[in-house]
Design a protein around this ligand. Structure first.
Ligand code: FEO
Length: 169
């Protein structure tokens, strides 16, 4: 496969791995607060990122490229509040969206149709990723710091279903 795209997808593998690490760290923060639903939601988010990572990993190999793993940065361990966690989640997802959009543009520039089609799934996925974080931020804003409201959201987030990996993962 095209060497520039191969390098960028390798970087994306590291980004997805870091995303998983970041969300696992957020899960640990919620666990320390006894918020079991928020914890479960973030653990599932972390699992989803590993699915994304594996999809890129598999794709590079399928195209005859070479996966090179890089080191993963240390994620933050402390957060100011529940809201701060989801604001950081949204900001992080926006960075991932920009990164995916760049991959998509490069694939189009080099007329790599297979990669363009492969990347379309991620473009759709990023819309959902950003929406999920924003919905929770909006609900947290509604209840402000009300403990009963937080427990209600905690209960609801605890029922998030396990992620289903697309065939490519
Ligand atoms: Fe892999 Fe949250 O995007």
């Amino acid at each position: 496969m095209d060497k520039k795209l191969e390098k960028l997808i390798n970087e994306q593998i590291t980004k997805e791995y870091y995303s998983s690490y970041l969300y696992l760290s957020m899960a640990a923060y919620f666990e320390s607060m006894g918020l079991t639903g928020f914890t479960a939601w973030m653990k599932i988010q972390a699992e989803e990122e590993m699915i994304h990572m594996r999809m890129f990993f598999t794709y590079v190999n399928e195209r005859g490229g070479r996966v090179i793993l890089e080191s993963i940065d240390k994620p933050p361990a402390d957060f100011e509040s529940i809201k701060d966690v989801f604001e950081q989640t949204l900001e992080h997802e926006k960075l991932v969206t920009a990164s995916i959009n760049n991959l998509y543009k490069v694939s189009k520039d080099i007329n790599d149709n297979a990669s363009t089609i492969f990347l379309q799934w991620f473009i759709t996925e990023q819309v959902e990723e950003e929406k999920n974080a924003k919905d929770i931020i909006d609900r947290l804003a509604l209840i402000k710091e009300d403990p009963m409201g937080i427990l209600m959201i905690d209960k609801e987030l605890g029922s998030r279903p396990q992620p289903v990996a697309p065939a490519a993962a």
